[in-house]
Design a protein around this ligand. Structure first.
Ligand SMILES: O=C(O)CCC(=O)C(=O)O
Length: 279
């Protein structure tokens, strides 16, 4: 449960860093599971999840390792996404007892050359009618500024959807430089929540250690997608409470290319699954 001050901070600023949501020991276990998963996947894959927009903000040949829908690979993450500490805070922020999964993804920004994320809103990747969508970034290890911690623009969730760059779903890199945004340095077990309208991004990892995080994207089950896009395995799973929509849940129709927003990143599959959909 969040305090009234925390909820007010989120409503004013569009983000909230919750310190110590998970213990250091739990974070170490998530990190072990995450790194072992990436090691397994990257035995067969060479996918680099770096966004095209990141290539515009640095000439360094950066890298980013990722896995979408991590709960399909290790039950450690299935338990994490239904943990009441996480979903209870998400419910407090969204103002609904019911929390539904949109997707998960883990990122490892490798030492010395971990890719940045240009400033962006998540909204264009998967717009929804009522803008209930939030992200929670669970930190598996520490993320100081030099590791490329997430940065936000406080209050930007009140601006509504902004025009994106002609080269991707990010914002203009000159108008919104990453280094001018507010850094959110974090320790293992801290969780950063933000709205899909909050402008956010992150810098390069220039340190000599990896930065390991898992992002859980969640929504109110009564907030429908505006367009049919950005499907993922497990989407629609209830993480907390009930789904008040009582008709039988059907498989959505096949994704329509006409509806698809601009993509970020280059790679298209990990283990045969569409995996690089940005956002
Ligand atoms: O992990 C990060 O540094 C930022 C991730 C992000 O902005 C996103 O996936 O939308």
């Amino acid at each position: 449960m969040l305090t009234q001050e925390q909820i007010q901070f989120y409503q004013d600023n569009g983000y909230l860093l919750v310190k110590g949501m998970f213990t250091k020991e739990e974070a170490a276990e998530f990190r072990r599971a995450g790194h072992e998963l990436i090691d397994r996947i990257y035995q067969n894959e060479t996918v680099d999840a770096t966004w095209g927009g990141a290539r515009e903000i640095t000439e360094v040949k950066t890298k980013l390792m990722h896995c979408h829908d991590v709960q399909f690979y290790d039950a450690t993450f299935s338990r994490l996404i239904v943990d009441e500490r996480l979903t209870g805070a998400a419910a407090d922020i969204m103002g609904t007892p019911n929390v539904q999964l949109h997707h998960t993804k883990m990122f490892i920004k490798p030492p010395e050359k971990g890719s940045p994320f240009p400033m962006h809103q998540d909204h264009p990747f998967f717009p929804h009618d009522n803008d209930s969508m939030i992200a929670a970034i669970v930190h598996f290890d520490n993320a100081p500024i030099e590791k490329g911690c997430v940065r936000v623009i406080p209050g930007s969730h009140k601006l509504g959807p902004l025009p994106t760059s002609s080269t991707g779903n990010h914002l203009d890199i000159h108008e919104y430089p990453v280094e001018e945004a507010t850094p959110c340095p974090a320790e293992p077990g801290d969780v950063l929540f933000f709205s899909y309208l909050t402008i956010h991004g992150s810098g390069l990892n220039l340190s000599n250690e990896p930065r390991t995080t898992m992002l859980v994207q969640m929504r109110d089950p009564e907030d429908p997608p505006t367009i049919d896009t950005h499907r993922s395995k497990g989407q629609g799973m209830m993480l907390r409470g009930i789904n008040p929509i009582t008709s039988f849940i059907k498989e959505p129709a096949k994704n329509s290319a006409a509806n698809a927003p601009k993509m970020e990143g280059g790679a298209m599959s990990v283990n045969g699954e569409p995996s690089m959909m940005g956002g």
